[in-house]
Write a protein that binds this ligand. Sequence first.
Ligand code: NAD
Ligand code: DGY
Length: 381
Amino acid sequence: MVQVWNPNGKYRVVSTKPMPGTRWINLLIEQDCRVEICTRKKTILSVEDIIALIGDKCDGVIGQLTEDWGEALFSALSRAGGKAFSNMAVGYNNVDVNAANKYGVAVGNTPGVLTETTAELAASLSLSAARRIVEADEFMRAGLYDGWLPNLFVGNLLKGQTVGVIGAGRIGSAYARMMVEGFKMNLIYYDLYQATRLEKFVTAYAEFLKANGEQPVTWKRAASMDEVLREADVISLHPILDKTTYHLVNKERLAIMKKEAILVNCSRGPVIDEVALVEHLKQNPMFRVGLDVFEDEPYMKPGLADLKNAVVVPHIASASKWTREGMATLAALNVLGKIKGYPVWSDPNRIEPFLNENVPPPAASPSIVNSKALGLPVSRL
Ligand SMILES: NC(=O)c1ccc[n+]([C@@H]2O[C@H](COP(=O)([O-])OP(=O)(O)OC[C@H]3O[C@@H](n4cnc5c(N)ncnc54)[C@H](O)[C@@H]3O)[C@@H](O)[C@H]2O)c1
Ligand SMILES: O=C(O)[C@H](O)CO
């Protein structure tokens, strides 16, 4: 149930799951790590399972977003001499960073490498919902198609409509660019911070369209989230999950959205009150959703699976080969960097140098979310 690489390595690094590719393993082995990969068939490991994996001596762990990294695991890791943990994910709402701080454990995540892949899935869900692709596919496979009809699976045209983005960070901005440039949609977004690069992009694209005699696209930074919900035709959620975003979309907010709006969630399930969503979908058959994430993952709230106006996929937004291999690499380098005493990379939004397979990666941890709290040195590379 545990696969061991480089058994005589000086540092013991545990991965709670097999991860794609071999680069991450090789990078650890080259730096004198013994790598242990848990190969148990159980999908979600419990705290007890992981404590057993950590054992008496462990320098670092690479874990998954399905695991509960809190007091129990960080104290176990610390007792085993470990000072490094990395999620193989950009989101780290499964990690109690205060507990990690208490035990002096660095917490890594994997930003950037999944930005476009996740945005592409959000765009796919937007299109699937707008053009009723899953419903139509089921209809075909059921042998129900008996000829073209003017009213068969009529959906929404995106061109000229308004796309709303809640949380215009790395992924939200990438999604917005795809929808604006790809489908000539106007943009309205809400974020705590101004998305300056995104605004410049839409402005430049609008000028290009105008110069070519086409209707220019527009953008607006909304003063409130409700403004986005009221005005947009397609709304995609991309904030982090924390106390401020829990049930951000609830019964009251669903009620202010357009009756034929499309809501997409590729962030975290609890950002939507899923019980309220199921009820809203039942009451409003023209309202559609595309969901990659669920409030009680891996489960769906009762009734959701029966609704034709919902497209549901199992948390696959970052699931492209290049991205998943890159996530594994960044997670391994986060742990390795702390073990080796390397500084933390100065800009987690520019992690490309770590992904170039033709040259050795920089001697730094790509992204440590509690580097300030732990007073870790920052790379000037
Ligand atoms: N479904 C998936 O497989 C998948 C893949 C990657 C990321 N994610 C999720 O997407 C999230 C975002 O990733 P990212 O790389 O774009 O992160 P990011 O930090 O670049 O972007 C998050 C944005 O949310 C904004 N935000 C925070 N609180 C907010 C609030 N209350 N209201 C509005 N905006 C708020 C932030 O200001 C920031 O701009 C991750 O934390 C993760 O949970 C999911
Ligand atoms: O936060 C993340 O990275 C995703 O949910 C998995 O890619």
